[in-house]
Ligand binder design. Structure first.
Ligand code: FES
Length: 127
């Protein structure tokens, strides 16, 4: 099952200032995650708003038939993006999507927002 990382590219953290930032924090985060996820068997996509605007940057980790997670409160920094990608790899390797806490990268601890169980019968991987 392919694990997808969905990155909100319109997230702006509290300190974001249009006068000094030509790009959103979400765009910066998306660039980092896409670069680090390349060649790791993961898929990425950008969306505009995951409805977690007060606690960006936000990403979602999903795969057919597995637990899905939303993570947020990230600064658009390399360490955070590395943690997100490492966690997504563990999610991909897990049959259920659940990753033991002791394996979580430090950078994602304290960043979980939601968990969604998979829909019944939706275990087909569209690729
Ligand atoms: S702008 Fe990113 S969650 Fe709304």
């Amino acid at each position: 099952m392919t694990t997808w990382i969905t990155i909100c590219d319109t997230c702006k953290r509290e300190d974001w200032d249009a006068a000094t930032n030509p790009r959103t924090d979400g765009e910066e985060m998306a660039d980092l995650v896409e670069r680090l996820a390349a060649g790791r068997g993961l898929r990425t996509r950008r969306v505009s708003c995951l409805m977690g605007c007060t606690h960006g940057c936000n990403v979602a980790i999903q795969a057919p038939g597995k637990l899905a997670y939303t993570l947020g409160r990230f600064a658009p920094e390399e360490e955070a993006a590395r943690g997100i990608v490492a966690y997504a790899e563990m999610h991909a390797a897990s049959a259920t999507g659940q990753v033991p806490y002791r394996q979580w990268p430090q950078a994602i601890k304290g960043h979980f927002i939601t968990r969604h169980p998979p829909l019944p019968g939706h275990d087909e991987d569209p690729g």
